[in-house]
Design a binder for this molecule. Sequence first.
Ligand SMILES: [Zn+2]
Length: 70
Amino acid sequence: MPTYEYNCPKCGKFDFFQKITAEPLKACPTCGAEVVRVISGGTGVIYKGSGFYTTDYARKGSTADETKAS
Ligand SMILES: [Zn+2]
């Protein structure tokens, strides 16, 4: 069961267990204030950028080979 993180203006941040099919929480279960769901990391949307480094390295390597002819 996924944990959703909510931010209550009165209580602060809290975690709330819900079924993935459940409606997102709109009111704080403690004080009834309107809450905002916090989209936390770890959902798989991480840009590592290692591919860019690999491409760049390969390109530099070939250029170095061309320049090395002396
Ligand atoms: Zn609250």
